[in-house]
Design a protein around this ligand. Structure first.
Ligand SMILES: NC(=O)c1ccc[n+]([C@@H]2O[C@H](COP(=O)([O-])OP(=O)(O)OC[C@H]3O[C@@H](n4cnc5c(N)ncnc54)[C@H](OP(=O)(O)O)[C@@H]3O)[C@@H](O)[C@H]2O)c1
Length: 265
């Protein structure tokens, strides 16, 4: 645990929204490893409780809060619980998201678009302003939006997700402009594909369909990636820790693509 980043977030109180089994969990663990006190939130009580317990078992002061970021009362309760538990808040990572339908736009319903925007944009922005109210009382803070390559590429069958993440990219810039004078920085981390169970299963399906080994599918996918690898959640979490830390004190309104060089922005 004690590596060169061990004191990177020492003493900071960091809230991570939407901790799931993937990136959210990796971000919470990376923040803990970097010395932060951590609040983890999502709708699934069991997962929230388990991760908070795991963090405490590692020696990290941690609190789990069941919260739906689309509910104003849940957002307020998350801020209040954080302040009750730790007395302050230094940073928020907006990881919560929904994917929505994987269908052509002409096969989607208006309500499906609204539901995706409600989480990925409206709930995320409102949670950010709620925490900004608390951050400004202690002189500032850092907010990181977890975005997606979907915002960079208007790929087919990704309409609500891609458009919502593109909206979130600009919303982060708006917040950076509005909150900057109060010492609150707002940045985005933009992952491409993330190595993990879901992607592994997808590659297994592709391998079976093409009659080749999974390793060959990976070789095909990584052929055009300069670093010849699919990024791991821990590598994305490292970029998040940087943007939460004082090392990025002069950086706001920016987006950082973490993708092995798969595309440049
Ligand atoms: N996975 C990828 O390949 C990939 C690629 C590029 C970008 N990203 C971005 O990376 C982030 C994390 O993705 P991930 O796949 O690794 O997910 P994850 O961190 O494993 O889980 C995200 C969690 O968000 C929670 N959530 C959804 N709606 C919520 C709401 N209304 N309120 C509170 N929590 C909510 C869900 O938990 P509950 O159901 O318990 O609430 C879900 O498990 C997302 O922002 C995503 O857009 C992912």
């Amino acid at each position: 645990m004690a590596d060169v980043f061990s004191a990177e977030l020492a003493g900071k109180v960091i809230v991570v929204s939407g901790i799931g089994p993937g990136l959210g969990r990796a971000i919470a663990l990376a923040c803990a490893d970097a010395g932060a006190r951590v609040v983890v939130a999502a709708r699934t009580e069991e997962r929230v409780a388990e991760l908070a317990e795991e963090l405490r078992a590692r020696g990290t002061p941690a609190r789990g809060v069941v919260a739906d970021i689309t509910e104003a009362s849940d957002r307020s309760a998350l801020v209040a619980t954080t302040l009750d538990e730790f007395g302050r808040v230094d940073a928020l990572v907006n990881n919560a998201f929904v994917m929505g339908p994987m269908a052509r736009a002409d096969a989607t319903e208006p309500e499906q678009w609204r539901a995706v925007f409600e989480v990925n944009v409206v709930g995320t922005v409102m949670l950010s302003t709620a925490f900004a109210d608390a951050m400004r009382t202690t002189g500032g803070g850092s907010i990181v939006m977890i975005n997606s390559q979907a915002a960079r590429r208007g790929a087919a069958r990704r309409g609500p997700y891609a458009a919502s993440k593109a909206a979130l990219l600009v919303a982060a810039q708006v917040l950076a402009t509005e909150l900057g004078p109060e010492g609150i920085r707002v940045n985005s981390v933009v992952p491409g594909q993330i190595w993990g169970g879901a992607l592994e299963a997808h590659y297994e399906t592709l391998a079976e369909r093409r009659g080749i080994a999974v390793a060959d599918v990976i070789a095909q996918v990584t052929r055009d990636i300069p670093l010849r690898q699919i990024t791991r959640a821990e590598e994305i979490a490292s970029a998040v820790v940087f943007l939460l830390s004082d090392r990025s004190a002069a950086i706001t309104g920016q987006s950082l693509d973490v993708n092995g060089g798969n595309w440049f922005h």
